[in-house]
Structure formats: C-alpha cells, structure tokens
Design a protein around this ligand. Structure first.
Ligand code: ME8
Length: 509
C-alpha cells in the first residue's frame, strides 16, 4: 500500500477567534499538502480544535455559556477561516468527538495496566493559564517560567504519567534520529531541556477544579489533562484503534508542524506517549517561529491579534498566503505589519507578477490579435527543469521561502527579458515577426510554468492564470518531464482580464 503523506497542524484552542498566527501554520501545511498532491501522492491533512480544559471552560463562563454551546459557536469560525483561506484539509478533528474521547480513555487504561501511570498527591505551584505544574526551583522570580504570570499554590491528588522512566530512551532516540526535530537549533534546545531530570507528567485535574474534560477512566473525580487529550488527536484522526487499515496507510505522520511555543509537548511528551503505546514515532516535528507585532508575540492573551479575515477581505487570501510564506525562513520569527504586507503587495505582486502577466497578455493582444504565436522552444530564457527541481527540493525540505524565491527569480528574469528584447521595437520591423513570436511565445510559456507551480502557494491566482491561458491540463502536471514541455499552445486565445493585483491605490478606491 502506498504510504500517504500525512501532515498535521496543532489543534487550536477555541477560547477565542483564530488570528494570523493560526492562519500561518495552516497555510504552511496547506502549501505542503497541495504540493504533494500535485506530485500525485495521496495526502491526508488533518487539523481541528482543542476544546477541553481550563482556558475554554473559563472563556465559556465569561460569556455565561455552557462549554459545549460555547465551543459549538467557535468551531464554525475556524472552519470559515479555512474556507476563506483556501485551506484544503482532509479531516477536521474536534476533541469533543465521541470516537476521540473513547480512544483517549482506552490509551489511558492500557498505560495504567502497563504500570506507566500512578496516583499520587501533588504539592507545588500551578500556572492556570498555561495549565502547568511547577516546582519551587523551576519558578522564575516566583512566577511561571513560561508566561511570567503569577502562580497558585496547589495540593491535590492526581494521576501521573512516568515520563522520567523514558528520559534516557528519548535522548538516545533524538540523537540517533538527527532529523526528528527541526530546525536543528530546536533539536538542541530539546536536548538541552532533557539534560535536567524530567518530572513525571500530571495527566489529570480534579473535577472540583475542572469539569470540562474527558473523564479519566479509572476515577469519577478526575478529568484528563488537556494536553494528554490533545496530543492523542494525531492518532485518533488517523484511525488508531478504530480502523487498522487506515492507520497503517497514514502512520507514522510525515510532519507535525507546530509553533515553537508547543515544542516541548510535541518533542518530549508525545514521543514518550507513543513509545509506551508501542506506536512508531512520527517522522518529523518541525517548530516554526512566531509572528510578532512590535516586539511581542501575537497572541490572544496579549490581545494584539490581527484578524486574518479582515486582511483577506482587503487584499485577497493569496496575498496573505504570499506574505506569510515568503517573509521569513521557516523556523524564524517574523514581524507582521500591514504596511509591510502592502509593500510586498506592490513590489512583488503588482509590479512583478501582475506586471508580467499584464504586459505579456497586452503585447500578444496587440501584435498577434490575442492569440499565442508559434515560437521556438530553443529561445527559452529560463530552465524549467532546474525550476521544478529547485522548487521541489525546497518544499520537500520544508523551505517554502526558498521555493517562492526560485519562482520569483523566473518572474524577474521574464520581466528583464521584456526589457532586453523590446518587443515594441521588433514589432515595427516585419522581418522581425519571427523573433517577436519567439519572445512572446516564451514569455507566455514562462507565465504558464509559474502558474503551475504557484498552485501550491497562491491557489486562486494560479487558477486564474491557468484559466486565462486556457490551460485545462495545468492542474494535472505532476512530473518534471511534463513540466519541461512547452505548456502553452500556439493559437490559443488568451484572456487578458482585469489586473491580477490592481495597484493598491486603485484597490483602496
Ligand atoms: O497551543 N505566530 O493551541 P493554540 C505563529 N491547543 N504561530 C502562532 C502564533 C504566532 N504569534 N500564535 C499561535 C495550542 N500560533 C494547543 C495545541 S496540539 C496537540 C494542541 C500557532 O490555539 C502556532 O502553530 O494556542 C501555535 O503552535 C498554535 O497556533 C497554538 O495554538
């Protein structure tokens, strides 16, 4: 059976509306998924919502709603954003789904039988917003070391998962599989963290404090800690303990893409959970950086979030996709500002890609009655094979910014080609008609090559371009050998259409 390319986003908390940070992870996964689909591979892209825990219970209480009614209202907002952004996921998991709850309970019962879970009294500090327990030594100036907020003193009986038992195994695993955690600097960070003794993980919360969670199978008085519940989504969504055939075709996940804020859960808790469950490790945990505003991380708790829907309404989803994919190398932090986005819009989209389309279509309209002329492939001014290979290599090594740069190098080269060949001068000389046809044929063909590749990055724009080029076969090109052929056909009547990216001044009016 062919292994399906299986990729995951974090499942997002539903304690507020999604923002640009959430859109970022989902856009990245969507780009990878679309590229693999283009290569003809089966793909399974899963995303969803993390609906239990204190954060959500509190958010519901603040709105005087039952948690279930509250989450049922928020989930459609996530789905709507993904629709608007063109996110083609294959499965949307909610941790309140019955099958998910059953799998979590079954795993816990198995682990308890195995002796990897024990009950104990806990005394220490607790950060409510982070839902994390801390020892005296771990506190930073008496505050939560993760979020720097005040912590509460707690004493309660809970169930604990023996992380410590597997610490040595995990260190060895990470060292033996250097590509398991990426970027490399994040792997080193995890190994650094593992130098300290690993505390066992408290995996329940007493119902006296939290009722909104999956009931712990061994106790009427506890619910499951939200992170244990949440991480399991990656296997439940793949059919674990429900559909062996499906699970076999999907697991191990090819990539868990997460923000660096939740690396520890994915690179420490999750591998150990899988190890005790006897399930193979995912191939890769990739942590991307944060979008910041000013100096601060964009986050619900800071309250500096940008609504992606507003940006999409103003600029279109592809513009936001382009900005987020291109602005920083995957792994690093980026600064978000609408001014910066508007700047990229005008330089890279309107003046570069939009201009290339517009002048190519206009000249073909003017000099060849709108029909692609017959030209010689030998007059090509770029190398499609190299382009395909570079873009594929970049995507397969999770470097979308490099992939975008390769595509834009061709766009820039094509615009230069117009300046070099000056078709408007060639057009004045009838003896140069053949030369003019070569130039315009190859310009149109370069636009076609760009459009095919852009399907993964800017799907709306790519489809618009393919339609205007009347390239019905554009969506089926999945191999370098097909890609290297001339893609446009002489005689095709192009549809120039409205500017792909109207100048911003025109847009505002
Ligand atoms: O952590 N920049 O959910 P969450 C970049 N439910 N990415 C950002 C970001 C920012 N400023 N802010 C958020 C949770 N993200 C858990 C996950 S998974 C089993 C459970 C993205 O709603 C980034 O992917 O807080 C980050 O990891 C995720 O949203 C956190 O979303």
């Amino acid at each position: 059976m062919t292994k399906t390319y299986y990729l995951t986003t974090p499942i997002y908390y539903v304690n507020g509306k999604p923002h640009i940070g959430h859109a970022y992870t989902s856009i990245l996964c969507d780009t990878f998924a679309r590229f693999h689909r283009m290569l003809g591979e089966p793909v399974f892209y899963i995303t969803g919502t993390d609906e239990h825990g204190i954060k959500v219970q509190k958010a519901a209480q603040e709105q005087k709603k039952e948690p279930r009614a509250f989450v049922d209202e928020i989930v459609p907002q996530f789905k709507e954003l993904w629709r608007v952004m063109g996110i083609q996921y294959d499965y949307f998991i909610r941790t309140t789904d019955d099958d998910h709850k059953k799998v979590v309970q079954k795993i816990l019962a198995d682990l308890e039988k195995k002796g990897d879970i024990y009950k104990a009294k806990y005394q220490g500090w607790y950060c409510t917003p982070c839902e994390s327990f801390w020892t005296e030594l771990q506190l930073k100036d008496g505050k939560c070391p993760d979020c720097n907020r005040a912590v509460d003193r707690l004493e309660e009986e809970n169930y604990f998962f023996k992380l410590s038992k597997y610490q040595a195994w995990l260190i060895q695993y990470i060292e033996d599989h250097p590509a398991f955690i990426q970027p490399e600097y994040r792997k080193n960070e995890v190994l650094g963290f593992l130098k300290e003794p690993l505390e066992d993980l408290c995996i329940t919360r007493p119902k006296a404090r939290l009722t909104w969670g999956i009931e712990y199978p061994g106790s009427k008085d506890h619910v499951v800690y939200v992170w244990f519940d949440a991480l399991v989504n990656y296997v439940t969504g793949a059919g674990y303990l429900q559909d062996d055939k499906k699970f076999k075709s999907l697991w191990p996940a090819d990539i868990h893409l997460v923000g660096k804020d939740i690396l520890r859960q994915h690179a420490v808790f999750w591998p150990i959970m899988l190890k005790t469950m006897g399930v193979e490790m995912p191939k890769l945990v990739f942590a991307h950086g944060w979008w910041r505003i000013g100096g601060a991380k964009m986050s619900k708790s800071v309250g500096n979030v940008v609504d992606p829907i507003a940006i999409v309404q103003k600029y279109g989803s592809d513009v936001l996709r382009y900005f987020l994919l291109n602005e920083v190398t995957l792994g690093l932090d980026g600064t978000y500002s609408e001014d910066l986005l508007a700047e990229r819009y005008s330089s890279d989209l309107a003046n570069s890609l939009g201009n290339l389309w517009h002048r190519t279509a206009s000249m073909i309209e003017k000099y060849f009655e709108g029909k692609v002329p017959q030209g010689k492939q030998e007059s090509r001014f770029y190398d499609p094979k190299g382009l395909w290979e570079d873009v594929s290599k970049a995507i397969l090594s999770y470097d979308p910014r490099e992939a975008v740069a390769r595509i834009w190098a061709v766009i820039t080269r094509a615009n230069q080609r117009v300046e070099e060949t000056k078709p408007w001068i060639l057009a004045k000389d009838v003896s140069k008609k053949g030369e003019l046809a070569d130039v315009l044929f190859n310009l149109a063909d370069s636009v076609a090559h760009v459009a095919v590749l852009l399907q993964a990055f800017m799907p709306d724009t790519a489809h618009k371009m393919l339609n205007r080029l009347k390239m019905t076969h554009g969506e089926t090109i999945g191999h370098v050998s097909e890609f290297c052929k001339p893609l446009v056909t002489a005689g095709t009547v192009l549809e120039k259409g409205e500017p792909l990216f109207p100048r911003f001044e025109e847009k505002k009016s």
